[in-house]
Design a protein around this ligand. Structure first.
Ligand SMILES: *Cc1c(COP(=O)(O)O)cnc(C)c1O
Length: 368
């Protein structure tokens, strides 16, 4: 059994993927070839976002987004400590400062009450917020939109885990002023290497992002008007993503069925991530909350004895990571994130997990 089985999906759409890769090998336009345009157009249709700028990774999507908004040294950017390091890392790379707000214990996403308390306290300090749609579940955007208006905030949506998720039919990547996703192989829509994309309805931001993607070029390739990066998506990766995007809606449905089956068996004995009504998660991870650190150790032992893969996202919240010692946070500062980090456990999750496999995993977990 695999934690995320990418081979079953490949065997289903092998011919399309192989012929897509082959087309690129034949035409030879490895950088910014025609498949990149097609993919961007298809991603725009899928999400409803006016502009899509494909790029080299989810991390670069976030970095380029902050660059396009002219985030500067000393700016504060609000996010949560219960996320992957990349979220905060790009903030620090630009000399800006991550301001952590704790998470809601039910959704594991940013806690709206603590967020509003902080904004009330120092309304002029914050211009940017980077909500993370953790494990594929969108953050509370209906409430975030209210705070955005009230406190004049720009939202950069970290949708690295939530491509294909939605709230009341509105697609993830389309909630922020800018949305960022990742096509790392294990994400809900993954390529066969690194990749990402940026989404915006703002014409001006889209132009700036296209320039940043190619070393800050102006109208001519050798005319440089700003600092940029090499942030392009390879044509081969675009060719791989095109057929994968075609089956994504079906896969999101399957992931939701898997999650439902897990919930039915496990929700009496474990905490589970609560999906508010109207929210559809893309289930990048399916996670359970054990009763304690020791309980988690016991469950992990049972799973290991039965060769069932599992993982801990995230073992150490970002405010307690060594790299952020300089921010002077301490243990106890974000109690929900710390508590959840000590008890959370992610189980195998992918669209091709069979009923039998789910039953087997749950039997092992619930067995003596
Ligand atoms: C994976 C991930 C990223 C980074 O994406 P890469 O494509 O690996 O660079 C950023 N934020 C979150 C929440 C992620 O899960």
């Amino acid at each position: 059994m695999e934690f995320i089985d990418l081979k079953r999906q490949y065997s289903d759409i092998k011919e399309k993927i192989n012929s897509g890769i082959n087309d690129v090998l034949e035409h030879g336009r490895y950088i910014m070839g025609p498949e990149v345009d097609t993919l961007e157009k298809n991603l725009s249709d899928f999400t409803g976002s006016k502009h899509v700028i494909s790029c080299s990774s989810g991390t670069d999507a976030l970095l380029m987004s902050l660059m396009s908004l002219d985030v500067k040294r000393g700016d504060y950017i609000i996010t949560t400590p219960f996320t992957y390091i990349a979220t905060a890392e790009v903030i620090s790379l630009l000399g800006a400062i991550p301001k952590f707000i704790d998470i809601d214990p039910r959704t594991f996403n940013i806690d709206m009450h603590q967020l509003e308390d902080e904004l009330k306290k120092e309304p002029d300090k914050y211009k940017f917020i980077m909500p993370v749609n953790i494990f594929g579940l969108p953050a509370n955007y209906p409430d975030l939109f209210v705070l955005k208006e009230k406190y004049k905030l720009l939202i950069i949506e970290d949708a690295a885990q939530s491509f294909g998720a939605s709230i009341e039919g509105r697609m993830s990547c389309n909630f922020g002023d800018i949305g960022c996703t990742s096509f790392f192989p294990a994400k809900p829509l993954g390529c066969y290497g690194d990749g990402g994309a940026i989404f915006t309805d703002d014409d001006e931001i889209a132009e700036v992002l296209k320039s940043i993607r190619v070393h800050g070029t102006g109208t001519d390739k050798y005319d440089n008007i700003r600092i940029g990066i090499n942030g392009r998506l390879d044509t081969i990766q675009a060719a791989i993503l095109i057929p994968k995007l075609e089956i994504l809606s079906r896969e999101i449905e399957s992931r939701n069925n898997v999650a439902k089956k897990y919930n039915e068996r496990l929700n009496k004995n474990f905490g589970i991530q609560k999906n508010p009504s109207g929210y559809v998660s893309s289930w990048a991870q399916y996670s359970i909350l054990c009763n304690s650190f020791e309980h988690r150790e016991t469950i992990m032992k049972k799973l290991a004895n039965n060769s069932i893969p599992n993982a801990i996202y995230y073992r150490i919240p970002l405010h307690l990571q060594k790299v952020y010692q300089k921010l002077n946070y301490k243990e106890g500062d974000f109690q929900i994130s710390e508590d959840i980090s000590s008890r959370i456990l992610s189980l195998p999750m992918h669209p091709y997990l069979s009923q039998k496999e789910i039953k087997n995993i749950c039997d092992v977990i619930l067995g003596e």
